[in-house]
Design a protein around this ligand. Structure first.
Ligand SMILES: [Ca+2]
Ligand SMILES: [Ca+2]
Ligand SMILES: [Ca+2]
Ligand SMILES: [Ca+2]
Ligand SMILES: [Zn+2]
Length: 354
């Protein structure tokens, strides 16, 4: 869930059964043989890459200032169908054409943002990058279990409102809305939803309480920030605009003040005083703790310990999961780092349960 004005908890969304129209019959084109592709994406969104807070959606129009922010990337793991379907992601879309290419066309997937195929490419690319990052941390099915290691279903622009969500039933999929800025034009929206998918995959009981829902919202925001920073560094970019601002581009549609951020990683909220019972609000307590953990013990140690602690967690409280994260730091790294980790959570009022 995205909108600050939406007060429905993620739990409510997860139990809601939405009537989804059956996909129109599509005559598939022949398998093309493309296993990699060249594409243009936002990395992560045009507000971050321009630093321009005055960018406007203008009804999904093509604009030179936005076209210029597209970056050439390689799509990996494609299954050879010619469509955006591969090892870690498969894109379903009911609006516009499905992106398709052939070796004769150079296996190119280059579109402007007015073309719905642009969002299809964004989703395929960023879902795959999230998995790439998990692999670099060791969640590769050998050292540690895969995390959300299936072929993630993604639906693009098929929901006419300004919201996106992740669900594990009736199907395990993510759906991106097209209200305001098309949600999948902002990598941070895609990665936030990946955060929920990660939790679905790590524990069947993750979403047992409101506080666990808040943890999932906070983790999703954190996951967006940490994966974006990694992906940008891989692309040679080490300086970025306001990394603690989440969904800089999507939020230009519904926030008045600059910088435009749906949420932030530095609100200063403290547990339990600032809990208000709304998962996105309360998630800002958790996301800031994770962001500070990253500074305290380093990104690789922080992200590894956070992910290890989430396996089979049964959705209790922030202090309980914080205790598991500290224990994971102690087990994998040093006692000194575990003390630093505990201090980070305690500073946010989250005293880790021993
Ligand atoms: Ca678009
Ligand atoms: Ca939007
Ligand atoms: Ca999944
Ligand atoms: Ca951002
Ligand atoms: Zn969410």
């Amino acid at each position: 869930m995205l909108r600050p004005t939406s007060r429905r908890a993620v739990l409510a969304v997860m139990v809601a059964s939405l009537a989804i129209a059956a996909p129109a019959a599509v005559v598939a084109k022949p398998a093309s043989g493309c296993t990699t592709g060249t594409a243009l994406v936002f990395l992560p969104n045009p507000v971050v890459t321009t630093g321009n807070e005055d960018l406007k959606d203008l009804k999904d129009s093509d604009q030179a200032v936005l076209n210029d922010e597209r970056v050439a990337v390689t799509l990996t793991g494609l299954d050879g169908s010619g469509y955006l379907s591969g090892t870690w992601a498969t894109v379903k879309s009911e609006t516009g054409d499905a992106a398709y290419s052939t070796p004769a066309d150079g296996c190119t997937y280059e579109y402007t943002r007015h073309d719905d195929r642009f969002e299809q490419v964004m989703a395929y690319y960023w879902v795959t990058r999230s998995q790439d990052y998990l692999h670099t941390l060791g969640f590769d099915g050998r050292r540690w279990p895969l995390v959300n290691g299936d072929q993630q279903r993604v639906r693009i622009n098929q929901w006419g409102v300004d919201n996106s969500f992740a669900t594990d039933h009736p199907k395990d999929e993510m759906r991106f809305g097209k209200g305001g800025v098309d949600d999948a034009e902002d990598a941070e929206v895609i990665l936030h939803e990946m955060g929920h998918q990660i939790h679905f995959s790590q524990s069947a009981d993750f979403f047992a309480t409101e506080e666990a829902g808040a943890i999932s919202e906070g983790f999703g925001d954190y996951w967006a920030a940490t994966v974006v920073e990694w992906a940008m560094a891989q692309a040679g970019v080490t300086e970025m605009t306001d990394p603690k601002c989440i969904m800089d581009w999507d939020s230009t549609s519904y926030t008045r003040d600059a910088p435009h951020c749906l949420r932030r990683l530095d609100t200063g909220k403290v547990y339990p005083t600032d809990l208000d019972g709304e998962v996105h609000d309360d998630g800002e307590i958790w996301s800031q703790a994770l962001w500070n953990l990253r500074s305290a013990i380093g990104t690789q140690h922080a992200d590894t310990a956070i992910l290890l602690a989430q396996f089979d967690w049964v959705g209790t409280t922030m202090p309980d999961l914080a205790g598991r994260i500290v224990a994971a730091v102690e087990a994998q790294y040093t006692h000194a780092e575990a003390l630093d980790a505990a201090a980070v959570f305690t500073a946010r009022g989250i005293v880790p349960t021993p």
